[in-house]
Design a protein around this ligand. Structure first.
Ligand code: DSN
Length: 419
């Protein structure tokens, strides 16, 4: 019924071996990239299912191809469950990725040349929030708000002044590397004053909103929320646009036919499964534990004099300034931790003097480690290993010793879907 990986061993050993290698990498190391996670075994099954064979342009009940009796069931389930989980009026579950979902919102609700107010990229904004190298940065005019690097706060008097000056059509609250929560009420108040649409890109923390561990922007009257489905939500790779009813038609038209063709129905089946899981107590406990683990890890790093951007975390991630802390840039730090079996990613810090491929820090997050069942004690141990490795980047014996210890710990925690 679903994919049988054993066929691969015989028919394509090159791909089979790479796949097995990746399985082993995921089992033997600790995944700390904040945007990564282990999906549920049921989702892996759906991804390798017959739904990958099907074209389904259109929406349930209004498709451009025949044979949709089961795809309609799947997409309706995913949409209804998304509305329940996020307490919203409309859900589009077709975006193929996080970038596509954000593009669909801008292109569906705005006109080229319109102004969007979004977080400065080095302070935590995402490429799709108008990086000059992205198409969105060329099509729309982005005005920036910044954060205070000492505590991560946002100066809302300044945001309001800038909003009154630039009159953005949309105010975007959301991030990819900001370790704090968002004051939605303040953004909404400013947006209402100038008649702007409010959007949150919850790509990173959608699962934490779903699990009631973080605030839901819809509770503050936000118009649109986007989230990827594979980060803290633990689903398949994909994206969703959630919105008020008044924007539903424009959003649906923008996703299809505006931006995409056929949706990936195998992924949508996975999204439906994920959104049922997200309603269960176990998921709520998971979401809470992600935050507890992040706070514990951050505190343990601070206890060892690590310099964290904004001084800590309110969510699932933290940004460690490795230049200040250890005199090495984020590229070197990422490589050293890779050697120790700890996966992180190099990360620009606010107003980083260094370029993105050689930035001043790394980003660390707890969703994947928590999905394996790791808890506070493991986070404290992890902080020690991170600091020991980064303080001794050239000590091969020490790094090898840490890698050994990391693997010993990892063997105690199954990888969901693999063990
Ligand atoms: N790649 C995602 C992240 O790591 O945050 C966002 O695009």
């Amino acid at each position: 019924m679903t994919a049988n990986i054993d066929y691969l061993e015989k028919n394509d050993p090159a791909v089979f071996n790479a796949l097995k290698g990746e399985e082993e990498r995921q089992k033997s190391g600790i995944e700390l990239i904040p945007s990564e996670n282990y999906t549920f075994p049921e989702v892996l099954a759906a991804l390798g299912s017959v739904f990958t064979n099907k074209y389904s342009e259109g929406y349930p009940g209004r498709r451009y191809y025949g044979g949709q009796e089961y795809t309609d069931i799947i997409e309706n389930l995913a949409r209804d469950r998304a509305k329940t989980v996020f307490r919203c009026e409309h859900a589009n579950v077709q975006p193929l990725s996080g970038s596509a979902m954000n593009q669909a919102v801008y292109l569906g609700l705005l006109e080229p040349g319109d102004t969007i107010m979004a977080m400065d990229l080095s302070h935590g904004g995402h490429l799709t929030h108008g990086a000059p190298v992205s198409h969105m940065g060329k099509i729309f005019n982005f005005e920036r708000y910044v954060t205070n690097p000492v505590d991560g706060s946002i100066d809302f008097d300044q945001v309001r002044k800038d909003a009154l000056k630039h009159k953005p059509k949309m105010i975007l609250a959301g991030y990819t590397s900001y370790p704090r929560d968002i004051d939605y009420a303040k953004f909404k108040q400013i947006a209402d004053e100038i008649g702007a649409i409010t959007m949150t890109d919850a790509s990173h923390f959608g699962g934490l909103v779903a699990g009631d561990a973080m605030k839901n922007p819809f509770d503050f009257g936000f118009d649109v929320v986007t989230t990827t489905t594979h980060k803290s939500l633990r689903g398949p790779r994909g994206g969703m646009v959630l919105c008020k009813k008044e924007f539903a038609k424009k959003i649906d038209k923008s996703v299809f036919p505006g931006l995409q063709g056929g949706p990936h129905m195998n992924a949508i089946a996975g999204i439906a499964i994920t959104l049922l899981k997200a309603q269960q107590d176990e998921f709520k406990q998971y979401a809470n534990q992600v935050l507890i683990n992040a706070k514990t890890l951050a505190q343990a790093l601070l206890d060892r004099q690590a310099s964290l951007v904004t001084g800590g975390t309110d969510n699932h991630m933290m940004v460690l300034d490795t230049s200040i802390s250890y005199g090495i840039n984020g590229k070197v730090a990422e490589a050293v931790l890779d050697q120790a079996g700890i996966t992180t990613n190099k990360q620009i810090i606010p107003d980083d003097p260094n370029p993105p491929l050689r930035p001043s820090g790394i980003r660390i997050g707890t969703p994947a480690a928590t999905a394996r069942g790791m808890g506070e004690k493991d986070m404290v141990q992890l902080a020690d290993w991170i600091v020991d490795a980064l303080q001794n980047p050239e000590d091969e014996n020490k790094i090898a010793g840490i890698k050994h210890d990391v693997e010993q710990l990892c063997r105690k925690f199954a990888v969901p879907g693999l063990d």
